[in-house]
Design a protein around this ligand. Structure first.
Ligand code: ARG
Length: 294
C-alpha cells in the first residue's frame, strides 16, 4: 500500500524502492477552441491595474497547434478532447485528472467554474478504457497533475499542497492508487500549482523555484536531485518550470528563459522552445496543457 512520505530518510528509501514506470508515449490535450480569461483565479490572469488579460484566440490556437506538432515530432502520440462552450480554462488538461494504467483519479477543482470541466474528462476517460476513481467528498480540493508530478521513470509522485490541492488529498491518493507520495508545501501564491515551480527532467535532474516552497519541502527536493537548477526570478515568471520532459531527453519549454535553457543544454538535454504566451495570460504553459497517458 502506498504511503505519504514526509522525512528525508523515508523519502530516500521510498525513491530507492519505487517500482519502475515506462516512458511517456502519449498525451491528452484539450482543444483551446473556447479558451479565454473571464475571471482571475490566479495572480497571472490580470495586469497590474487589475484588468483581466485579453486572449488572442487565433494566436492561442496557433500556439496550441505548435505544441501538438512538437510532441508528434518527438514521437509522442497526441489524443484530443473537444472543448464545450463556456468553460474558459478547459484547455489546461493537466488539472482535471491523474491518468494511470487502466484508471484515472478524477479531480475536485478548487473553483466552482473549473469543477464543471471535470465530467467531460470523466466521460472521455470512460470511453477510452480508464476506470474513474472519484476523490471522496471530505477532500475539499485536488487539481490532478497540476499538483501530482510523477517522478521520472518511477511509480512515485511529488504532491503539491497549496491553494489548489489540500494536504489530505495525498493520504487518499497514495492509498487509492497504491503509490508513495512526497508532499511539498507551496508558500507563494504566484506558484499556485506544483507544476509552476518544479520540473522533473530525469531521476537526478530538476528545475525548481526555491522560494516557492517551505524549508522542509525545499530540503526534500534538494536531497532527492543531485543536478538541480534554481530558476531565476525572471525565468520563473516566464513559466520555465512549467516545461515538460516526456522522454528523459527533450525539454519542451516556453521560449525566452535563456539561463534555464543554457543549463538544460549543458545538463545534456535537448530544449525545444515554444511560444505559449497566450496561455501564460491565464497562468499556464506547456506542462499544464497536457495529461500524460499511460
Ligand atoms: N487559469 C488556469 C487556472 O488558474 C490555469 C491552469 C494552469 N494549469 C497548471 N497546471 N498550472 O486554473
Amino acid at each position: 500500500m502506498g504511503t505519504v512520505v514526509t522525512t528525508l530518510e523515508a523519502a530516500s528509501k521510498a525513491l530507492a524502492i519505487a517500482p519502475q514506470r515506462g516512458p511517456c508515449r502519449r498525451v491528452l490535450m484539450a482543444s483551446p477552441a473556447h479558451f479565454t480569461v473571464e475571471s482571475a483565479i490566479n495572480p497571472w490572469m490580470q495586469d497590474d491595474s487589475g484588468a483581466l488579460n485579453h486572449v488572442d484566440t487565433v494566436r492561442a490556437a496557433e500556439q496550441w497547434n505548435s505544441l501538438r506538432a512538437a510532441y508528434e515530432r518527438i514521437a509522442i502520440r497526441v489524443e484530443v478532447i473537444a472543448a464545450p462552450v463556456g468553460l474558459p480554462d478547459f484547455c489546461f488538461a493537466a488539472n482535471q485528472s491523474v491518468a494511470l494504467p487502466g484508471k484515472v483519479v478524477i479531480s475536485r477543482m478548487a473553483t466552482e467554474g473549473r469543477q464543471r470541466e471535470v465530467p467531460y474528462f470523466e466521460h472521455w476517460y470512460r470511453a477510452h478504457g480508464f476506470e474513474p476513481i472519484p476523490v471522496p467528498r471530505n477532500i475539499e480540493r485536488f487539481e490532478g497533475t497540476g499538483d501530482a508530478i510523477a517522478h521520472p521513470g518511477k511509480s512515485l509522485f511529488w504532491g503539491g499542497v497549496g491553494p489548489r490541492t489540500a494536504a489530505g488529498a495525498w493520504e487518499f491518493f497514495s492509498s487509492a492508487v497504491d503509490v508513495d507520495v512526497i508532499p511539498l508545501k507551496l508558500v507563494d501564491e504566484r506558484f499556485y500549482h506544483l507544476d509552476t515551480c518544479l520540473c522533473l527532467l530525469d531521476n537526478y535532474s530538476a528545475l525548481y523555484v526555491p522560494a516557492a516552497f517551505d524549508d522542509a519541502s525545499r530540503g526534500l527536493i534538494e536531497s532527492a536531485f543531485s543536478r538541480l537548477h534554481a530558476v531565476s526570478d525572471a525565468d520563473a515568471a516566464n513559466f520555465a518550470c512549467n516545461a515538460h520532459c516526456p522522454d528523459g531527453r527533450h525539454v519542451l519549454i516556453q521560449q525566452g528563459s535563456a539561463q534555464t535553457v543554457a543549463w538544460v543544454k549543458q545538463a545534456g538535454f535537448v530544449p525545444i522552445e515554444l511560444d505559449t504566451s497566450e496561455f501564460m495570460k491565464s497562468g499556464g504553459s506547456v506542462f499544464c496543457l497536457k495529461q500524460e497517458l499511460p
